[in-house]
Design a binder for this molecule. Structure first.
Ligand code: GRF
Length: 196
């Protein structure tokens, strides 16, 4: 068992989380996913974490009396987990600034567009792919970046492009982009861990 530790945050389906976990299991990513954190207790990503004995935490700001209480809990969970990298994989809540400042260049996010295009608050999911098609773009893709205090604005680590075809609809484009997300996330995490 390797000593590198990963914490994954997700709120939805978790296909990126699953793909990262499979890369760990295959020995491609030299690490262990030691913790899964979500704000959506019923999400499929959490079911996957449970099925694979990955420690899961449900942390919802609304369950705390104050923002400070929520941040304190999040920081204490991370303090305990000692992650080498924190990977956001379809996590819809904003990571509190205090956490971002505590883990500089340790928190990564994946976004389904070629940032800085179609990024920022409110730009996620099919809204992105719909806008790409509406604007007649001929290419789209995905971006992995460091998380800073501004949504989708941190330094870009890697991008991968895909073509947009005239017959595309948001579902077909999302599928093409997601396929690239899975391989790119694994490649980036592997590279960063090997460099650290
Ligand atoms: C992906 O498109 C990712 O870029 C974005 O949220 C989506 C998550 O998909 N941040 P999944 O839950 O990993 O399938």
């Amino acid at each position: 068992m390797t000593s590198k530790r990963l914490t994954v945050f997700a709120s939805g389906t978790g296909s990126n989380f699953i793909s990262l976990h499979q890369s760990v299991q295959k020995g491609i990513i030299p690490a262990t996913i030691t913790a899964f954190i979500t704000d959506k207790p019923g999400c499929s990503a959490r079911s996957y974490a449970k099925e694979h004995n990955i420690t899961d935490y449900v942390l919802r700001p609304a369950d705390f009396d104050s923002h400070d209480g929520y941040v304190k809990k999040l920081l204490s969970v991370l303090e305990e987990e000692t992650p080498d990298l924190i990977l956001l994989a379809g996590y819809l809540k904003k990571i509190p600034d205090e956490v971002i400042r505590r883990y500089p260049k340790k928190i990564l996010n994946i976004h389904p567009s070629l940032l800085p295009l179609y990024g920022g608050k409110g730009w996620y999911g099919h809204k992105v792919h719909h806008a790409v098609i509406e604007n007649g773009d001929i290419e789209s893709g995905c971006t992995i970046h460091y998380v800073t205090e501004v949504y989708d604005d941190g330094p870009i680590i890697a991008q991968r492009k895909v073509p947009v075809f005239p017959e595309d609809h948001p579902d077909s484009l999302a599928k093409r982009v997601l396929k690239e997300e899975h391989t790119l996330y694994t490649e980036v995490v592997k590279r960063l861990l090997e460099q650290s």
